[in-house]
Design a protein around this ligand. Structure first.
Ligand code: GLU
Length: 307
């Protein structure tokens, strides 16, 4: 079995990322699997080399290691998505696609999306781009039907991608490959069997499953780890003022304390245990203990309830 963690070097890792990475690593190591580190730096506008180095240093500081990755090499490389674009272009050849000239704004304006959801592509350019003079995105002629998958943590999920998302983008008009395609191509090329990632990505999973099927790839197993929220219940972000991993590392925080908080919040150790290293958790790892609900900073012990 092979597992992976796939950070995007677009910001510093926070406790939610660390919790997901720890669980992904434990899931792999507890079944003797290889662990792959893949850097998802597809978007050149948002990705930064310094952040990649910082993230990898943070993950090592926590006590995680990997058998293959951008810094250690390996037989399935390169391990940076920016260096893998030929593979995405080759995969695109195997799919039925069409060029689309719609801007995000136009899609949003035309789409009838329930409030707060991603707009559903209304099929504007299906028969040919409306504005062929513009830079064109590439969309997939998404097959109709319901996709069902079983998530290790969240249980059974179904989605009608064609109806609820529409024909989605595989390559943006600026030439940047879409995350949906890149992840599927890379997990296949890197022989990944189990995908462990944040639960905010569960909405993408049906799309990725459909792509795996259309391309004749292996169907990966999924586990979506609930997010860490601020004390107000919203997804952890800078405004909550929680320190990121680099800040803690550089401030000399003992990583075993951080791992203990994360492990306790994931039901892997008792709350009374204050120091632990990831490798001490390998033997006792059990998916059945990972709670399907999000946890707040208060639960991980990082927020003073009275404050
Ligand atoms: N690069 C994505 C992120 O950092 C994760 C993608 C994945 O694990 O499939 O959120």
């Amino acid at each position: 079995m092979r597992g992976r963690y796939a950070p995007s070097p677009t910001g510093r890792l926070h406790l939610g990322n660390a919790r997901t990475a720890l669980i992904a690593w434990l899931a792999a190591r507890s079944r003797g699997a290889s662990f792959v580190m893949r850097v998802e730096d597809l978007d050149p506008q948002r990705s930064r080399g310094e952040l990649e180095a910082e993230q990898l240093a943070d993950l090592r500081w926590l006590g995680l290691d990997w058998d293959e990755g951008p810094d250690v090499g390996g037989p399935h490389g390169p391990y940076r998505q920016s260096e893998r674009v030929e593979a995405y272009a080759a995969a695109l050849e195997g799919l039925e696609v069409f060029p689309c000239s719609c801007s995000r704004r136009e899609v949003r304006e035309l789409a009838l999306a329930p409030h707060g959801r991603e707009p559903i592509y209304p099929g504007t350019c299906r028969a040919g781009p409306r504005r062929p003079d513009r830079p064109l995105a590439i969309r997939w002629r998404t097959p109709a039907g319901v996709v069902t998958f079983v998530d290790r943590v969240q249980g059974c999920r179904s989605e009608n991608v064609r109806r609820d998302v529409g024909e989605f983008v595989l390559r943006r008009a600026d030439g940047v490959w879409a995350y949906q395609l890149a992840v599927v191509v890379d997990d296949q090329a890197m022989a990944i069997e189990q995908v462990v990632r944040g639960s905010d990505l569960i909405e993408s999973t049906a799309r990725q499953r459909l792509l795996q099927r259309a391309l004749g790839y292996r169907e990966t197993e999924y586990a979506h780890i609930p997010i860490v929220t601020g004390p107000d219940g919203s997804k952890l972000n800078k405004r909550h003022g929680a320190p990121d991993l680099s800040t803690m590392r550089l401030a000399g925080v003992d990583p075993r304390r951080v791992v203990a908080m994360l492990a306790a919040s994931a039901g892997l150790i008792d709350a009374g245990q204050t120091h632990v290293q990831p490798r001490e958790l390998v033997g006792g790892f059990d998916w059945g203990r990972i709670p399907p609900q999000s946890v707040s900073l208060v639960d991980v012990g990082l927020w003073n309830k009275e404050a």
